[in-house]
Design a protein around this ligand. Structure first.
Ligand SMILES: Cc1ncc(COP(=O)(O)O)c(C=O)c1O
Length: 394
């Protein structure tokens, strides 16, 4: 059997990932990795999950182990609708659907909307997992220009005015990879543009709860609910291993998501969904979240301090009020891809920024640093080593 001859065009596009090659080495125990986007194991609520396990089996019994509805179990959808009220979103369980991580939602959206050659607009840079999910459906990317306040509305308008775009994909709060948050003023402008051009907005918001300072900013969904599908997840506030994500969308779009999901996995784990539902219903999320925020706030501060202390002049970084990442930009001649193997030799890792751009060769002088899965001492050591490697290369 010649597997290569049997392969679809789609899998050939998906197969090669230069980034996976790079990241494979970060698993070595001697490496301090600021590369991944993982929550801290210390942030997992083991005791709570153990208690919820018993509760779910006692209260929901065999239903929690049985096949369930494709759009997700009603009790969880209802609890999520209540939770989203805190973000000023007016949705009911009818608008909510459960996906296998928000990654599952991204892939489903690609399946529904993208024919080969269709245009979609994304921030530059943007979340690599979204690029991977969408790319398998063969879109053409239109890159929206950004600055420290996130998406530049005029750049979005220029694209929508001149190109027929299927949807706009944004991570407005504590963006992956930059950590940046789109200001309220810009959110209002973006919402107006979305309405004016009758386009769909995909608002991906996994980091909303991870705010360490400052005041929350309402999602863009609150300004254009009829044009928005809002994606979120339990990965950052409970455990990513459970793979429970969700969306809030206008009813007709929510129904389409169900059609597309059905053939993929029938539904997301019933058991995991009941666990997540009880995590919200019992108030455990509210009680546990401060523990997570405390761990990450200290780590983020340690990251800022270390960057200030060690990085040479000519290097700048974002100072987000939450999330999991800091985005570092070096001088024009700095090449973070070339430097990567030097960093690995010194037992540290990061993600070269170029992988978060849809056009090749962009962002060579940038890198993404994660601060949630490394402790304060490791952060100091890793940034010190990184600075040494950088100084030797300049
Ligand atoms: C912007 C963004 N969207 C989606 C995801 C996927 O999250 P999950 O599938 O674990 O819900 C991530 C994960 O890091 C992310 O950063």
């Amino acid at each position: 059997m010649n597997l290569n001859k049997l392969k679809s065009k789609r899998i050939k596009v998906m197969e090669y990932s230069a980034l996976s090659e790079l990241l494979r080495v970060t698993a070595k125990p001697e490496i301090i990795s600021m590369a991944g986007g993982l929550p801290a194991p210390e942030a997992f609520p083991f005791k709570i999950i153990s208690a919820l396990n018993n509760l779910v089996l006692k209260k929901h019994r065999s239903v929690s182990l049985q096949y369930g509805p494709t759009n997700g179990v009603l009790v969880l959808r209802g609890e999520i609708a209540k939770w989203l009220e805190e973000r000023k979103m007016k949705v009911t369980s009818e608008n909510i659907g459960i996906t296998s991580g928000s990654q599952g939602g991204l892939d489903t959206l690609g399946k529904i909307f993208i024919n080969e050659g269709d245009k979609i607009a994304v921030e530059s840079p943007t979340y690599i997992g979204a690029i991977d999910a969408f790319t398998s459906y063969g879109p053409i990317y239109e890159e929206i220009k950004t600055d420290y306040d996130g998406v530049i509305p005029e750049s979005l308008e220029k694209i929508l005015k001149n190109k027929k775009v299927k949807f706009v994909y944004l991570v407005p709060t504590f963006q992956n990879p930059t950590g940046r948050t789109i200001t309220w003023g810009r959110r209002k402008k973006i919402a107006k543009i979305i309405k004016k051009y009758h386009v769909l907005l995909v608002e991906d918001d996994p980091y909303n709860s991870l705010r360490y300072r400052g005041k929350p900013i309402d999602p863009i969904q609150t300004l254009v609910p009829e044009n928005t599908i809002y994606l979120c997840t339990f990965s950052k506030v409970l455990a990513p291993g459970l793979r429970i994500g969700f969306y809030a969308a206008p009813k007709k779009l929510a129904d389409l998501m169900v059609v597309a999901k059905q053939s993929v996995d029938l539904h997301t784990s019933s058991y995991g969904q009941y666990l997540a539902a009880e995590y919200l219903k019992t108030g455990d999320l509210k009680r546990h979240l401060p523990n997570i925020l405390k761990i990450y706030r200290f780590r983020q501060e340690a990251m800022f301090e270390a960057l200030e202390k060690y990085l040479p002049s000519g290097f700048f970084w974002t100072r987000p009020e939450g999330g999991m990442f800091v985005w570092v930009t070096g001088p024009k001649n700095f090449d973070s891809v070339k430097l990567y193997w030097q960093a690995i030799k010194n037992n540290i890792a990061y993600v070269p920024g170029t992988y978060f751009f849809t056009k090749q060769g962009e962002g060579k002088n940038t890198m993404r640093l994660n601060f949630t899965n490394v402790n304060e001492e490791q952060i100091d050591t890793a940034v010190k080593r990184l600075a040494k490697v950088i100084k030797n290369s300049l």
